[in-house]
Write a protein that binds this ligand. Structure first.
Ligand SMILES: NC(=O)c1ccc[n+]([C@@H]2O[C@H](COP(=O)([O-])OP(=O)(O)OC[C@H]3O[C@@H](n4cnc5c(N)ncnc54)[C@H](OP(=O)(O)O)[C@@H]3O)[C@@H](O)[C@H]2O)c1
Length: 340
């Protein structure tokens, strides 16, 4: 099969940071789906992994943690899917990624692809949907419908990015929250509003003053997707008593978590590979949530977030996509589709 590999860790400016390769077809384990990959999406995680990628089992590493494709074959213990099914999934960071024509994924972390989307649009969704869903509903314990009364609020820091683009929609359209997003440019601010944010504030300025300037004294939930060390203090200040902050990134400097004690607020972390990477007993929850997101997409409640689709999937296109993601200014998601 064709695949794109990382020969050794190199900056994206180096044309050798990816290589096109021919690899042996993989064989499914008992709970695996063998998927014919049609489209993949690039996340900041891919860029971080590229810079530390080492050889595995004597060969160069394959990255890629967002795929859409068709089930070609299934392992002996598979019950959730059959050959021919269209699936979308992020996968497991311990295993080879999806930048290959054929790919293995445990059925418990794959979902049925939204019927209303093509492969490219579907590939943009899974990693960010899992992250946003788990952040809101598992970590922050936002009340899913029936909606919480009185109406609660959510601040999404980094609203136009991949994760923010889904979190705004789940918060506003599924949980009925008053969503305030942060964005620093007219285009990213407009995108946040399109997705359902009631208000947008600039994360380059004073967040506390900006949110209070909207007439909101405090917020009930905060999701931090970017620059946690810088934004944590302001978010803690804005948080309502008994509210919660969830961060999907490490703080690269110490943050004062104990400042939240007087308000009995919670601080949580979300890492979307926790379930698959630890074989947790509830890892099938990712199958269920991806199916639920597909239903929301097919009903027109959640919209697709792919903003840039390129072809084919190759070393050259992946390098260009990594360069774009590394710039840190993405609006929505970048997708690569098809094989040359
Ligand atoms: N823990 C997990 O499971 C998990 C899952 C997914 C992603 N992540 C991590 O979470 C981060 C975000 O992922 P993503 O896919 O959403 O990234 P992304 O799509 O690359 O995010 C781009 C967005 O970040 C915003 N941004 C840039 N600098 C910012 C700042 N200083 N403060 C606030 N926002 C800023 C930009 O908005 P403007 O252009 O408007 O400034 C842009 O729209 C990455 O570090 C990623 O590795 C973690």
């Amino acid at each position: 099969m064709k695949a794109v590999v990382v020969p050794r860790p190199l900056p994206v400016t180096d044309p050798g940071c990816f290589a096109d390769a021919e690899l042996d077809d993989p064989a499914p384990g008992p709970r695996d789906l063998l998927v014919a990959v049609e489209a993949v999406s690039v996340n900041p995680l891919d860029c971080k992994q590229r810079l530390v990628a080492s050889r595995v089992a004597g060969r160069a590493r394959v990255l890629g943690y967002d795929a859409a494709g068709t089930v070609r074959a299934v392992g002996a213990a598979v019950t959730l899917f059959a050959p021919g099914d269209r699936v979308y999934y992020a996968g497991d960071v311990r295993r080879d990624g999806c930048n290959s024509q054929l790919h293995l994924v445990d059925e418990r972390i794959a979902g049925r692809m939204p019927a209303s989307l093509d492969f490219a649009a579907a590939a943009a969704l899974p990693l960010t949907a899992i992250t946003a869903w788990e952040s809101l509903f598992d970590r922050l314990r936002v009340a899913a419908p029936p909606r919480a009364q009185p109406r609660k609020s959510l601040l999404v820091v980094g609203g136009a990015g991949g994760v923010g683009s889904i979190a705004i929609q789940l918060g506003a359209k599924v949980a009925g929250l008053d969503v305030i997003a942060t964005a620093s440019r007219p285009a990213s601010a407009a995108w946040c509003r399109e997705l359902g944010a009631a208000a947008v504030v600039d994360h380059a300025g004073d967040l506390v003053a900006a949110v209070r300037g909207l007439g909101r004294r405090q917020v009930d939930h905060v999701l931090i997707t970017n620059d946690a060390a810088r934004h944590f203090g302001a978010c803690a200040q804005l948080l309502a008593p008994q509210g919660g902050i969830c961060s999907i990134i490490r703080a690269d400097a110490p943050v004062d978590v104990s400042a939240l004690m007087g308000k009995s607020c919670s601080v949580s972390w979300e890492f979307m590979f926790t379930r698959p990477a630890n074989d947790t007993a509830d890892m099938v929850e990712q199958h269920h949530l991806l199916n639920e997101v597909a239903r929301l997409v097919d009903q027109g409640i959640v919209r697709a977030t792919a903003t840039d689709v390129r072809a084919p999937i190759s070393a050259a296109t992946l390098r260009a996509a990594h360069a774009q993601v590394e710039a840190g200014r993405s609006i929505g998601k970048i997708v690569l589709s098809g094989w040359a």
